[in-house]
Ligand binder design. Structure first.
Ligand code: XIL
Length: 339
């Protein structure tokens, strides 16, 4: 059977997934990714937590290993992420750093130095960057703050500067704002806040090319009566219409289906995951602006969700298109069918 990369390419879609951390050392998993993907994204290796051990140093060893491997295998690479605009995901030293007598200038220096160095290093090998990740508090719709934004006069300023610096350092790369608002009814506040942010960026002339929709489907934190969450397709379409109406492209950047609320039996569970994924991809791919579809992990063996909130029945989670033995699941067929 043809690979997802080949099936996607026939429709002008680049299919990919994430590699990194404990899974990149698995030769079988690397081979699965090389066989199925047109592009890959390092799972954590380009985040500040790994590239930026302290204010003075960069560490690109882990990121380079992945990018070199991708090059050697003819895979494209996405960069993730030049700024995770959330205190929780920035290294502790950013908050504790001595910003000196001119904190605004020092914060701006740290940020521009970081973005220019990382984006510049990979400018010729990465054609799409998640410049800013998750800048919005999903509970309130407000922009999050970090030590950087507090010193720089606000989150908008910080985000603008990150995009401007990325554009200058990697002029050919697609620049993306990435967030996790999806099609569930309870994500309306988050979607509205993303629209407001994108509108502001458009008004300010911020150099942004696309919205990355993470697409962690299903209900991550609460079991809902409907299993994977009540969906609001019309509202999601209105959201996508607004985004594309601003001239932005769309990407599915981190797709998986959190199967925690679904009943245990594997057959029906896999079928429900696949049907959910298919309906979602049909919706996303009805927009010609969606040209990239990435899963957040190809195999259940290495999904970040496995350790996140255990199933009440104690069974292993099955959120990915291939099972723990790298065998294709109905989810894989759903992606193939959606292409
Ligand atoms: C996750 C990784 O998969 C984990 O290994 C890490 O511990 C936390 O981050 N949204 C994102 C990704 O943008 O960076 C996250 O990746 C998953 C949710």
């Amino acid at each position: 059977t043809a690979s997802l990369a080949t099936l996607g390419a026939a429709k002008g879609i680049r299919f990919g997934s994430t590699v990194g951390k404990d899974n990149f050392v698995d030769a079988g998993y690397r081979a699965l990714n090389a066989a199925q993907c047109a592009l890959v994204v390092p799972e954590n290796e380009m985040k500040w937590s790994i590239t930026r051990p302290d204010a003075q140093h960069f560490d690109f060893r882990a990121a380079d290993r992945i990018v070199d491997w991708a090059d050697a295998n003819g895979l494209g690479v996405r960069g993730h992420t030049l700024l995770w605009h959330s205190e929780q995901w920035m290294p502790q030293w950013v908050a504790e750093h001595d910003y000196g007598p001119n904190p605004r200038a020092e914060a701006e220096r740290l940020l521009t130095d970081h973005v220019a160095t990382v984006a510049g290093r990979y400018a010729d090998r990465i054609d799409s960057f998640d410049v800013v990740n998750e800048a919005i508090d999903a509970e309130t719709g407000a922009l999050r703050d970090t030590a950087l934004s507090r010193h720089m006069g606000g989150a908008f300023e910080t985000i603008d500067i990150a995009f401007q610096t990325a554009r200058a350092a990697a002029p050919k790369a697609q620049l993306v704002y990435n967030d996790y608002m999806g099609w569930r009814a309870d994500e309306g506040l988050h979607r509205d806040a993303v629209l407001r942010l994108l509108e502001q960026m458009r008004k300010r002339g911020t150099p942004i090319d696309a919205l990355g929709i993470q697409s962690h489907l299903g209900s991550k934190f609460s079991d809902t009566p409907t299993g994977l969450g009540s969906l609001d397709e019309p509202a999601f379409r209105r959201f996508l219409d607004e985004v594309t109406g601003m001239g932005l492209d769309l990407l599915v950047t981190e797709m998986d289906v959190h199967d925690n609320p679904l009943p245990g039996a594997i057959g029906p569970r896999d079928a429900q995951v696949a049907a959910h994924a298919k309906a979602y991809l049909d919706l996303m791919l009805s927009y010609p602006q969606t040209k990239t579809v990435m899963c957040w992990g190809l195999s259940d063996r290495y999904s970040w969700l496995s350790g996140m909130r255990l199933r009440p029945d104690g069974m292993a989670k099955r959120p990915c298109p291939f099972d723990a033995e790298f065998r294709p699941k109905p989810f894989r067929d759903a992606i193939a069918a959606a292409f």
